[in-house]
Write a protein that binds this ligand. Structure first.
Ligand SMILES: Nc1nc2c(ncn2[C@@H]2O[C@H](COP(=O)(O)OP(=O)(O)OP(=O)(O)O)[C@@H](O)[C@H]2O)c(=O)[nH]1
Ligand SMILES: [Mg+2]
Length: 385
């Protein structure tokens, strides 16, 4: 087998069969798993050709009751967003249907745009928290278009995809088919991506039933799929959060710089004792900088809180390591002019020197200091990263 060993523990390999561990709706286990921390939003995307068992998979994994099978009233082909609220969590389900292999190129744009838009949001609640691609182990058909148009571009965009091999119940040469599909996918994707695709491929049976001989068929693959989704999300959080934080630092400090330069260009500078007016301007600028750091910290806290909500939802994950935030130098003081401490002599010197200094030179000088301070903070962050 060419399966990689990139993740987690020893849960990979043959999926465990479950026997009544979940009630029909899966609600029971939801209840047990999500006692304390429950994110209020979960976005789930499920892809795959028509009839492979996408909706059945969603019902099985998340305990929904979405209508499955052929002959259902359908409103139109496409990517449908359904919101289902369960145990306090709003599941935004993007279930696709009616997709045939030949319509995949046309799908590519819509799916990729949606995934990119959501997965680059600074809010974790906008991301896709699980993306599944289904292939049926009955037909064992994997079309080149599915790999080229959807899987490869998704993986290239940094989206983690869980491949579900549906209809994985015992059957004619089923195990052989499943192993063949796994190997084929792993090899094709490795070749196209020029790297290990780092992809979970999980055999699933979403519908309980019985064989022709009357033997019961149990559902399986649920815990593997949910665990893979949680693992992927944890990884996304760890990788994306520092970048989001950094972007916010850059934006906030950039805005501070702009405000400061505007103030220095237009702020009042008196003719006599102009170092006092300069001091007033620089005090405002420093105060603004301190507030900017405060806002950066508050945003970092919010992001961390949101991350922990998702990380702890599984019940067995540690909260974010407190060192996740990229550090930077907290220069909280843009220097103004020096002030003389003496009384009469000092004042005389101030008056004399201020007469020599033009307002224009003060504006220019202080603007340079603001730009330098800004650059020093940004540089300190880049160096540490
Ligand atoms: N035996 C078995 N049947 C399954 C399994 N998953 C789905 N089915 C059956 O396959 C048929 C299609 O399942 P759906 O979940 O509607 O498939 P879909 O991919 O959502 O189909 P579209 O919405 O039309 O694209 C239904 O009759 C299901 O009962 C499975 O794991 N094992
Ligand atoms: Mg469906």
């Amino acid at each position: 087998m060419t399966m990689k060993s990139w993740n987690r523990t020893g849960t990979r390999g043959a999926a465990k069969k479950e026997s009544g561990a979940y009630d029909k709706t899966g609600e029971q286990s939801e209840e047990n798993n999500h006692k304390v921390h429950r994110p209020s939003v979960r976005n789930i995307l499920v892809l795959g050709k028509t009839g492979v068992g996408k909706t059945s998979l969603l019902n099985y994994l998340y305990g929904f009751d979405l209508p499955v099978g052929a002959g259902l009233p359908k409103t139109g082909k496409g990517l449908h967003e359904n919101v289902i609220t369960r145990n306090g969590t709003a599941y935004h389900i993007f279930d696709t249907w009616g997709i045939e292999a030949d319509s995949l190129p046309e799908w590519r744009k819509e799916v990729l745009a949606l995934v990119r838009k959501r997965n680059t949001s600074p809010h974790i609640s906008d991301w896709f928290h699980a993306v599944y691609y289904c292939f049926s182990a009955n037909t064992a058909r994997i079309e080149a278009a599915e790999i080229d148009e959807i899987l490869v571009p998704l993986l290239q965009s940094g989206c983690k995809v869980i491949v579900a091999l549906t209809n994985a119940e015992d059957g004619f040469r089923k195990q052989e088919k499943i192993e063949g599909m796994k190997e084929y996918l792993q090899a094709e994707l490795t070749q196209r991506l020029h790297r290990d695709p780092k992809l979970e491929i999980i055999p699933v049976v979403s519908i309980a039933g019985e064989t022709l001989a009357g033997d019961p068929i149990s559902r399986f693959g649920r815990s593997e799929a949910l665990e893979a989704a949680q693992y992927n999300l944890t990884d996304d959080i760890e990788k994306r959060l520092p970048a989001i934080y950094k972007m916010n630092v850059m934006n906030k400090l950039g805005a501070w710089k702009e405000r400061s330069l505007l103030l220095l260009a237009n702020g009042k500078i008196s003719f006599v004792l102009n170092n006092n007016s300069a001091k007033q301007l620089i005090d405002l600028i420093n105060y603004d900088l301190l507030n900017t750091f405060g806002a950066i910290d508050a945003d970092g806290d919010k992001l961390e809180e949101e991350a922990n909500e998702y990380l702890l939802a599984a019940g067995n994950k540690k909260p974010m390591d407190r060192r996740w935030r990229p550090e930077f130098r907290r220069i909280t003081y843009v220097k103004g002019y020096e002030y003389s401490k003496g009384l009469s002599v000092g004042l005389a010197v101030d008056v004399a020197s201020s007469l020599l200094r033009s307002a224009k030179s003060i504006r220019e000088n202080l603007s340079r200091r603001v730009i330098k301070t800004h650059a020093a903070i940004i540089e300190s962050m880049q160096k540490k990263a």
